[in-house]
Design a protein around this ligand. Structure first.
Ligand code: NAP
Length: 259
């Protein structure tokens, strides 16, 4: 299926690895030129080179922390006109509800709520002027079903979800389509780091912690970055024009709910 977005230009944040990379690769496969970002230049340059070679698209790589004002300014200066925005950043650390103080909440809000909002505010006006745009915010299954140890994530992402719900409807008539994509457990470095914490706390090996978690997912396995990226690319496609302000859950059936 041709998604009808060849020649568009996308900014995919936090995309040297994991889910962001999956999204960048799926867009590149559709002929979309990319602006990619991550903090570490080595992995970022390596991924950019791979995607350039594999798909023949233009790839600009900007090594910067997307959660800081300076990092965002650097990325936006290099980005130029953007048709497709995929927001993403690392997730907050796990802990207990009583662990976190104001500074921890502010850091989580900066990374997982205020950064995507700042990027939308910077890039959507030009999309609206051109009458076409797509925004996909990578959030989390925790928006629909809380993950108790990820209280900072639950809180910050809920704030972003509320903002998107209203904003998506305000900009829809201009041809700009804004939605959120909610990962359940996917096989990335983030999953390894969370599973390592569980393994330590429960005296398990990493493999045992992984198997224990996979057994709670109806599909019986973790998701892949390629599956995640393909869904993201569809949400950025010409065919997603009537999908407004939705929260698309990719969790292998983990959330036990009828709707
Ligand atoms: P990952 O495998 O750890 O990859 C994170 C990517 O983001 C890397 O390329 C990393 O590169 C980059 N990055 C991290 N912080 C950044 C920053 N401040 N500025 C720019 N780039 C940054 O993580 P993932 O599994 O893909 O997760 C992506 C998001 O989805 C996270 O917010 C995570 O909490 C959420 N999520 C993931 C899962 C899952 O199962 N994987 C489930 C639910 C939610 P550098 O380190 O070099 O910057």
């Amino acid at each position: 299926m041709d998604l009808g977005i060849a020649g568009k230009r996308a900014l995919v944040c936090a995309s040297s690895k994991g889910l962001g990379r999956g999204c960048a690769e799926a867009l590149a496969a559709e002929g979309v030129d990319l602006v990619m970002n991550a903090r570490g230049p080595e992995a970022l340059e390596a991924t950019a080179a791979e995607l350039r070679a594999a798909y023949g698209v233009e790839v600009t790589a900007v090594a910067a922390d997307i959660t800081t004002d300076a990092g965002r300014a650097q990325v936006l200066a290099a980005a130029g006109d953007i048709d497709i925005l995929v927001t993403n950043a690392g997730g907050p650390p796990p802990g207990l509800w009583s662990d976190w103080d104001r500074a921890d909440f502010i850091a989580a809000l900066d990374a997982n709520m205020l950064t995507p909002i700042a990027l939308m505010k910077a890039l959507m006006p030009a999309m609206m002027d051109r009458g076409w745009g797509r925004v996909v915010n990578i959030t989390s299954q925790s928006v629909k079903a809380p993950i108790a140890v990820l209280g900072l994530s639950n809180a910050a992402r809920a704030g972003l979800t509320g903002y998107v719900a209203g904003t998506a409807r305000q900009v829809a008539a201009s041809g700009v389509v804004v939605n959120n994509l909610l990962p359940g457990i996917h096989a990335t470095d983030r999953a390894v780091s969370l599973d390592t914490g569980v393994a330590k706390a429960q005296g398990l090996t990493l493999e045992q912690a992984r198997e224990q978690r996979a057994a709670t997912i109806p599909v019986g396995r973790y998701g892949t970055a390629a599956e995640f990226g393909a869904t993201c690319a569809f949400m950025c496609s010409q065919y997603a024009g009537y999908m407004i302000g939705q929260n698309i859950l990719l969790d292998g059936g983990a959330m036990n709910a009828t709707m």
